[in-house]
Design a protein. Sequence first.
Length: 757
Amino acid sequence: MNGTATKQHPEMTDYAELRRPQYHFSTLDSRVNDPNGLVYYKGVYHLYYQCLPHTVREENPRTADYLRRYREAHPFEVLPGQHWGHATSPDLIHWQEQELALFPDDVGYMWSGTAVVDTDNSSGFFTDTEEGQGIVIAYSTNTQHIGIAYSTDGGKSFRKVSTSEPVIRNPGICSFRDPHIFRHAESGLWKMVVAGKGGKMWIYEAADLVHWTLCSVDGHINTECPNLFPMYVEDSGEKKWILSCVGRGYYVGRFDGKRFFPETDYIAMNEGPDAYAGITFSNMPDGRTVMISWLNAYDVMADGKWNGCFTVPVELRLVAIGDSYRLLQTPVRELALIRGENLLTVEQADYRGSEDPLAGICSNCFDLSAEIDLSRSGRFSLAVCSGEGEQTVLSYDRESGCISLDRHMANCGIPALVSCASAFSFFVSPDTVRDGILKLRLLVDVSNLELFVNDGYYYFVMRMQPFSTSRAMSLSYDKSLCLKKLRVDACRSIWFEQKASRDAVHISDDTPRTVGVGCVDRNVMVGTLRNSPVFCSSSDTAVAEAAIEGNLLRITGISEGEAEIRLSSDECFRILKVTVCKEGKADAEAVATAPGAVLSISGLNRIARAVREYSGRISVQKFGSGRACFITEEEILDLSLDIRVTLRGKGVAGILFRARNAANACCVDVDAQQGAVRLWQSVAGERIELGSVQHAIERNVPYAVRVVALGTSIRVLFNDMPILEAQVDTAEAGRLALNAAICDVAFDDLHYQSISG
């Protein structure tokens, strides 16, 4: 949207809210989820998506107008459900929100689907139109039926084949939704893939997009939002078919027009937690395969106004890797259209000691590219969106080959992310590190992060919620760091192209404050999107005084009563109500940040004395045996460790301690495959079994594990019951690490203490 946003109130500026991404598309004032129909038609890219436009405040003028029109068209008193929203773009980057495309009807709410261009009017929908062609969409409903609709005005509005009867009726199963349609060149017919989480995959065909015949049913592939499309292998021209499973993973195989035959195992498509429902564009003008995913936000209505956005468009390429295949994913080249000021360029530089190449660089809306020579570099950590008590950390451990990302201290005092997984790790195969160079491309946009590793071999999407003044970045490392290249470019806003951004006053908590007489409240963070100055004043200084210290608002209770604190920046302002009572608790040291410590490759922060803890979730993607994600730098000999372990499948979770390297460590395995808890030690690469107890391990059930290691004695408790005790021949201090084999594992509430000190 490159037009000028309309300010509705001095307290709130559209598209400049606290967490609003500036170059990822989000709607003005609604909740969004799956992208549905992505299609290019006559010079315009169309993005259709599921949305709940009635979830925002009714006093919003757009919402009130929508509800009025909906109630006129639907006289029954039912709260409207999922719709299809609509946005258009000339270049895949600058999006303009349009009117709603699909409304609920008698069959149900509008759920996921897809869009195509019927270029030869095989449907007959466009016989009486000047163009003789148009956009056709297939959609599902919450009642698990399939419908068809078409547009004769270039995709602005749609006519449904029926508003009371489905085009394809549910065959009597629980999950039957998310139709994906495409033209099959070999047969000249339209194909439709239908699926539903936990159900079978159905393939239909039709000559006219209306009368569909069942081709096959596959009970071996269960997914939501199936996306089946052909691709050519680079450098060979070999044609393969890709079945994307909700944009989280995929199979490479062949398609005979009736059935899809996988030729690879399931391959992960996104290592991060917050991308879902990825779908590719149809009718692309240049033959590229481009995907957009929902960047979800299940648990918080951001800024009370909008919820969820979409990833940047990502180009897919298929390459042969040995006897298998891999999709490489990279941002589309059009992203260069919003490239702003170059903040830093470094080429061929060696760093030692504490020298930081990113010192003084500040931005929360940027595109960073780095190439690191691993043969001359140690462990390193990249911290972004850093501020008062806040940071998001990306770390690489050369010894384990793992990349870790942590957002635990990136939530500006809002507890939404504390309940979610906060730290993530994935293994980077040495086969993808060409010539010893690790390549990273990091896109940060206010409240989300997209990471591309080794030319897109790995892709990671994560949201975060740093405060707007948290804009610093830093690069730390162990002993040395060799940069072949490091470049940081600011990204311009797609909402405010003519200037860096529009100003707005941001506060971390707008709930009324209560403070005691003679007490101080420092719990509210203040700032602006542009870091322009914020001034404050009290409506009654005899009741409460206010001052801004850095990015914290200091409220001092003077006498009993009520006052309003006005926070202003240029013409924008926010009002914070304050009640001063006779008695209250001083909170002079409080800062609105998450509890617990931040996890990074450089170690867990010290909480108190010798006790360390991490109260967020550490999500470890499956690595396989022989690998682990190191989570501390310090080496400990005698310790007490507590952690909760939740396996996402029939795999193995490993808790490593006294780990000096992959060949020397102690480990507790929680094994769902064998139904056992095991204790073992590895010495010079030789695995020594110390004990094993049979115990049924269920998926998605948390298990409490305690390890007490003192000298050559090791004791293991499982769900508070002593189950293993052993003596080892050698005892050496080492680091802590976590591993996941065969399935993903969630590790919660890590707490450990060095017994010796």
